[in-house]
Design a protein around this ligand. Structure first.
Ligand code: BES
Ligand code: ZN
Ligand code: ZN
Length: 509
């Protein structure tokens, strides 16, 4: 897919198809006092004149209802053969996230109608209250994210041929500059989301810890990102017993991937992301049941999504200092695997009883968090497909966030709302601290009951944080198969959730 900006007027683009948006008036905006309620529901057309406007207002098959898509082939209006009308409903209840979702549906409509090139009349979004660059950013994000396909392992002729080109048309050259800025920014963020999705979608044999580290090094080329990869010997040197213990059951060596980006003064403390990079979770000796186990290739989405956020931050050249630490490993039941009851020692000397080898994410994160703390960051933000309990609690709509800092929560919820993603604050509670007390070691990797599984996991992570402001994002429910909630996500497959929020969050540091 190619997104372009035109400096021509609507009448002069010589494109086949024009996309226009139509609103519906709300009682408030249409009426001036009593007696005008009948006006509610009237079609509202902005940014167009003459022929097309008259057509939209007079054509009875157009309602302006949210979710409406009407294609008028051979309409022959203002030099366009076809007109694609998109209804937005009332502008007051139509926000930027609605625009991303509408973009996804729009792309679906263009695909099914076999439209390869078209113009998009940006001024017809005039009723949606945002500036041209903000509107085009949201459109670019929605379109880019929904253009994602994971068909890397399909025969070439089975692959869908895409090649859709959308030209954004606005009323003035000044506006065109802002539109271009928004398109570039939204496109960069959308591409980063798609990069993260691809890492997650690749199966375990095509995305091992070694291959993940290589993919990050490759992607960082040409940017200001510094990537350091620790192999097993270096991980051993740093006494990362959790990461080494989890990796012991696999013949694939672990990696610790460190990404650094310095866009602000060297004296400024970095924001540090940590992501669970478990490239395949079989459960280990506490083996998972067979049905659905193939989905555990997604157990690296925390790592993949912080990697995507770092790429976007560097490509957008944001004036911030950020770093990311991704512990990468497989969790397999090989002959040297962790056994239930084994005791591991994390980087900070904490001893951990491994009562269930399937609770491996917190073991590899423990070491990564210890290492993050040594960097004295302004805050630590981790993302992990950590617990099945999170899927039960919030499903695929909201990401659960645990934090030790209300101030950080304020920044997180503001960033998520700007990015259009849904987060929900979960409780970090001392009761659960007792639940993970070890019998033979300092702490245990599972709670003593089945209650509050995601909260106990969060408290386990908190043990390694000290006083650093910290937020833990359990993305087990939102990292994959989230398409039924948001049209721009794949029905099946990685979602790249929180990449957008993390980019936004970094702007507040
Ligand atoms: N990777 C899983 C969590 C998970 C489950 C993610 C389902 C996505 C969907 C994690 O490593 C795990 O297996 N956790 C266990 C912990 C339990 C043994 C305490 C779980 O949640 O069942
Ligand atoms: Zn597991
Ligand atoms: Zn796992």
């Amino acid at each position: 897919m190619n997104l372009k900006v035109s400096r021509k007027t609507i009448e002069n683009t010589q494109l086949n198809t024009l996309i226009v948006f139509v609103n519906k008036s709300s009682e408030k905006s249409a009426g001036k006092g009593r007696g005008s309620a009948a006006k509610k529901g009237t079609k509202l057309v902005t940014g167009l004149k003459d022929e097309i406007k008259d057509f939209l207002l007079n054509e009875e098959t157009i309602s302006g209802e949210k979710g409406e898509f009407q294609l008028y082939r051979n309409a022959e209006l203002a030099g366009y053969k076809n007109l694609l009308v998109v209804g937005l409903g009332e502008a007051a209840s139509f926000g930027l996230e609605d625009l991303r979702i509408t973009s996804a549906k729009l792309l679906g409509r263009l695909r099914s109608s076999k439209i390869k090139e078209c113009g998009l009349a940006l001024d017809t979004l005039g009723k949606v209250s945002a500036k041209a660059d903000v509107l085009s950013k949201a459109l670019a994000e929605g379109l880019t994210m929904s253009s994602y396909r994971f068909d890397d392992y399909k025969k070439k002729d089975e692959k869908e041929k895409e090649g859709i080109e959308i030209t954004f048309i606005s009323s003035s050259p000044q506006k065109a500059t802002a539109v271009k800025k928004g398109l570039d920014e939204g496109g960069t963020i959308g591409e980063a989301v798609n990069f993260s999705r691809r890492l997650g979608d690749k199966p375990g044999n095509k995305m091992t810890p070694t291959l993940l580290a290589k993919a990050v090094q490759e992607a960082a080329k040409g940017s200001k990102l510094k990537v350091t990869v620790w192999e097993k010997a270096e991980i051993k040197k740093h006494k990362m017993g959790g990461l080494l213990g989890v990796a012991a059951g696999s013949d694939q060596d672990p990696r610790l991937i460190i990404m650094e980006y310095k866009g602000a003064a060297a004296s400024k403390k970095p924001l540090c992301f940590v992501g669970k990079g478990l490239t395949f979770d079989s459960g280990g000796i506490s083996l998972k049941p067979g049905p659905g186990m193939e989905d555990m290739k997604y157990d690296m989405c925390g790592g993949a999504n912080v990697i995507g956020a770092m790429l976007a931050i560097a490509r957008l050249k944001l004036k911030v200092n950020v770093m990311a630490i991704v512990p990468a490993s497989e969790n397999m039941p090989g002959p040297s695997a962790n056994k239930p009851g084994d005791i591991l020692t994390a980087m900070d000397g904490t001893t951990i009883e491994v009562n269930n080898t399937d609770a491996e994410g917190r073991l590899i994160l423990a070491d990564a968090l210890c290492y993050a703390v040594t960097k004295k960051p302004a805050a630590i933000v981790d993302a992990a497909t950590l617990t099945g309990a999170m899927v039960i609690a919030l499903g695929s709509s909201h990401t659960g966030v645990y934090t030790n800092s209300e101030r950080l929560w304020g920044k997180v919820s503001a960033a998520a709302s700007r990015a259009g993603e849904s987060v929900w604050q979960m409780p970090v509670c001392d009761d659960h601290k007792k639940d993970i007390k070890g019998i033979y070691a300092d702490i245990a990797n599972t709670g003593c009951s089945r209650e509050a599984g995601s909260a106990t996991a969060a408290v386990f992570l908190k043990h390694f944080i000290g006083d650093t402001p910290w937020a833990h994002f359990d993305i087990a429910g939102t990292a994959w198969h989230a398409g039924k909630r948001k049209a721009y996500h794949p029905q099946k497959g990685a979602s790249g959730v929180m990449v957008r929020t993390f980019v936004e969050l970094s702007k507040s540091y």
